[in-house]
Design a protein around this ligand. Sequence first.
Ligand SMILES: NC(=O)c1ccc[n+]([C@@H]2O[C@H](COP(=O)([O-])OP(=O)(O)OC[C@H]3O[C@@H](n4cnc5c(N)ncnc54)[C@H](O)[C@@H]3O)[C@@H](O)[C@H]2O)c1
Length: 327
Amino acid sequence: MKALVTGGAGFIGSHMVDFLVNQNIETTIVDNLVNGRLENLAQHSGKITFYNVDISNKSALDSVKFGNFDFIFHFAALADIVPSIDNPMAYHAANVEGTLNVLELAKRCSNLKKFIYAASSSCYGIPKQYPTPEETAIQPQYPYALTKRIGEEYALHWGKVYNIPVISTRFFNVYGPRHRTSGTYGAVFGVFLAQLINKKPLTIVGDGFQTRDFTFVTDVVEACYKAATSNFRNEIFNVGSGNTYSVNQLAELLGGEKTYIPKRPGEPDCTFADISKITSMLDWQPKVKFDEGVKLMLDNIDFWKDAPVWNAKSIEQATSTWFEKLS
Ligand SMILES: NC(=O)c1ccc[n+]([C@@H]2O[C@H](COP(=O)([O-])OP(=O)(O)OC[C@H]3O[C@@H](n4cnc5c(N)ncnc54)[C@H](O)[C@@H]3O)[C@@H](O)[C@H]2O)c1
């Protein structure tokens, strides 16, 4: 069996690679390292094939003689939310054009068993229904969410027209070791853990009572593998933890001082996946409990020692366009 993981040097992608290598699947990775790190793959030295290619560069991607794949896990994307307001064209290039180029590559794989698209729960915007099922209205609130949604539409459309067995997995707030620590203001775990190491207060957005469906990365990877090896195609599955947890709860579990910063427009007070479809159709269940997952993060806290340390002032600067455009 052969698999391609785009974005395989990133957070979720590198865990997917761990899983595939463990299954003795011959694994190829395409990543331009814009946010990914080769250290995330160091444990597989000599066992994987890595290409440093930008998926939005069609001729560069086409020039690689990949051969056939049984599975394509398409995870490469610009994945931080906040910078998408300032750089929408870069997000369009990576997340939409890049997806199209990977779909064109998939068309050429004569034996492809599944194309897994890493979609985002941000497509639901501020949903009216909790837990949120897959049929909920689509209402992206910012360019990251829109580009991920357009990528999903392309994937499902290419699936129908060009007979590619596509499944879109919509991830909800994934966390775990190697959660990215790039220079941009990003997901809450990376921000809090860097603050914790440096004994700075945790910057809680709003009153901290907003809740997130924090889903542990190994559960997400297992869901993607189950989807890839299932007989289903042209389906969308939410991938969540089956619960939702407040940012205050997370801060309590991590410990340390807290400070509160303004709530951001366009962000929901709750994310909470309805996972009844994936649990019944794919026989998948999330396994890692939130307190266990947080403990694993604390056990691996050294990973964040060189991560940028945010404070209220630097976050205010990084999010100024967000407040200007989305208020
Ligand atoms: N982390 C989450 O909570 C979450 C939630 C919903 C969806 N997703 C999706 O899951 C996927 C993986 O996210 P992640 O959290 O691991 O992010 P990540 O930034 O750690 O991983 C993305 C990888 O894609 C690579 N990449 C970006 N642009 C590229 C390009 N043009 N060409 C080649 N490689 C490129 C990056 O270098 C990085 O290694 C993304 O598609 C993201 O949209 C993530």
